[in-house]
Design a protein around this ligand. Structure first.
Ligand SMILES: [Zn+2]
Length: 255
């Protein structure tokens, strides 16, 4: 374990978070991710020193240097947290399969949280890139057979979600699972396998319950984004894999 790599992973996390912020807010609005960022208020093009993750915010004291409008505080917070989580993953897992998988899942987590809560959408491109990366990762660490098995698990989970979504929409007379959630199921199956992905699905409904109840009580007819809860549950299953394995073994023994 090395402090130098720890710092490097922190920087990588915060730089990627800054990039993900651009991806998850521009793509749903139909804008290109290429091209320099602008101030949302005065549209002045940001200079290089206004684009450094975390530091620019501190340096500019949280205000646009041009129009002095307050900058969104959540951006540097996400950048900082993702840096911390990348760094922690490195210290926790070392250079291993789990480290790279953890970085992929953290990335998906951030992207889905931003785009699903703000725009009720899960973008295709992060899901496609994640599943390709997971395929390569499994191939490198466990061989082509495991990589292909991962794809098969993804397809099965995708079909299970499709079925649940279909039945749900018949019962509730409205879309129960969004298309994005069903595509996310593919990555869930591919990353942790069928059994653990189903555990994550069950867990996610419990996680979503308080939020859905609040949304119902507030009397607004707003849709509840399910993606953030699915990806949270998937991350929990991944981090506490051993604990969930113990639970699974326990359940198997009862039957
Ligand atoms: Zn401005």
């Amino acid at each position: 374990m090395n402090i130098y790599f720890g710092v490097l992973f922190f920087l990588l996390g915060s730089i990627l978070a800054s990039f993900y912020g651009v991806v998850a807010t521009r793509l749903p609005e139909g804008k290109s991710i290429l091209g320099r960022s602008h101030c949302n208020h005065c549209h002045h093009t940001l200079s290089w020193y206004e684009l450094i993750p975390i530091f620019s915010f501190l340096f500019l004291r949280g205000k646009c240097h041009h129009c002095h409008k307050k900058l969104p505080i959540y951006e540097p917070i996400i950048e900082f947290l993702m840096g911390v989580f990348f760094c922690l993953s490195y210290f926790y897992y070392g250079f291993s399969y789990e480290l790279w998988m953890s970085l992929i899942l953290i990335s998906l987590f951030v992207l889905i949280y931003i785009s699903d809560f703000r725009y009720m959408i899960i973008l295709d491109s992060p899901l496609i890139i994640s599943s390709i990366l997971i395929f390569i990762l499994k191939w490198i660490y466990f061989g082509i057979q495991d990589a292909l098995l991962g794809l098969l698990s993804g397809v099965i989970l995708f079909l299970i979600f499709l079925g649940i979504g279909y039945i749900g929409s018949k019962i509730f007379k409205r879309e129960a699972l969004g298309g994005g959630d069903i595509k996310l199921a593919f990555v869930m199956g591919e990353s942790v396998g069928i059994m653990y992905a189903i555990i994550a699905l069950v867990l996610s409904t419990f996680l979503a319950l308080p939020y859905a109840t609040l949304a119902l009580l507030s009397n607004e007819d707003r849709e509840v984004p399910f993606g953030p809860f699915l990806i949270s549950a998937l991350c929990m299953v991944f981090v506490f894999y051993d604990k969930f394995t113990a639970v699974l073994k326990f359940i198997m023994r009862i039957h």
